[in-house]
Design a protein around this ligand. Structure first.
Ligand code: ZN
Ligand code: ZN
Length: 169
C-alpha cells in the first residue's frame, strides 16, 4: 500500500500482536484496518508507546485537511471521524472499508487520552475502596440477606461511575 499523505510505500509493523501498515520512511502516519484501532484503543498506554517507538517520521504532513484517498480501497476518499472514546481526536476514515489513517500527531494525542483514562481508572479504584467498600460492608451488616442492599449500592455507583465504564455507543 502507498501512503495517502506522502506517497511513500507503507511498511508492515507488528505492535502488541496487531499488524499495521506504517509510513515509517515518510510522514510517520499509520493505517489501521477496520476494528484494529478499536483493539488498540482498549489497550493500555503501552501499546501507544510501542507504536510510537517504531515510527521515525522523516517529515511532517504538509496539509492535514486536504481529502486523502484510502490506501486500501484506493477509489474512496477518506472522511474525518472521531477515533477514540473521548471524541476529541478527528482522524481520516474510509467509508468503504472502515479503516483509519492516523498522522503522527494524532497518535500522540490519542495516547494522551489513554494516559488520562489510566489516571481516571486509578482514581475510581481508590474511591471505590475508600467509600463504596465500607458502605457495602455496613449495609450488608445492617440488612443481611435483604435485596435492599443491592438497590442502594447500585444507586450509589450510578453517580460515581466514570464514563470509562459505560464506554461504547
Ligand atoms: Zn507518508
Ligand atoms: Zn478503504
Amino acid at each position: 500500500m502507498t501512503c495517502p499523505v506522502c506517497s511513500s510505500a507503507l511498511k508492515s509493523i507488528v505492535v502488541q500482536s496487531v499488524m499495521l501498515d506504517a509510513c515509517a520512511k515518510g510522514c510517520g502516519g499509520v493505517w489501521f484496518d477496520k476494528n484494529e484501532l478499536d483493539r488498540f484503543d482498549s489497550q493500555a498506554e503501552a501499546a501507544g508507546s510501542d507504536l510510537l517507538k517504531q515510527l521515525h517520521p522523516q517529515m511532517v504532513p504538509a496539509n492535514t485537511s486536504a481529502p486523502r484517498t484510502c490506501p486500501k480501497c484506493v477509489k474512496y476518499k477518506m472522511q474525518k471521524r472521531f477515533a477514540c472514546a473521548k471524541r476529541n481526536v478527528g482522524v481520516d476514515s474510509c467509508p468503504g472499508c472502515g479503516g483509519f489513517w492516523l498522522d503522527t500527531g494524532e497518535l500522540a494525542r490519542i495516547q494522551e487520552n489513554w494516559q488520562t483514562d489510566a489516571e481516571r481508572f486509578q482514581a475510581f479504584d481508590s474511591m471505590f475502596a475508600q467509600e463504596v467498600v465500607p458502605l457495602m460492608a455496613a449495609e450488608q451488616a445492617r440488612v443481611e440477606g435483604s435485596a435492599q442492599v443491592f438497590g442502594k449500592i447500585d444507586s450509589v455507583l450510578k453517580f460515581i461511575r466514570p464514563s470509562y465504564y459505560i464506554r461504547g455507543k
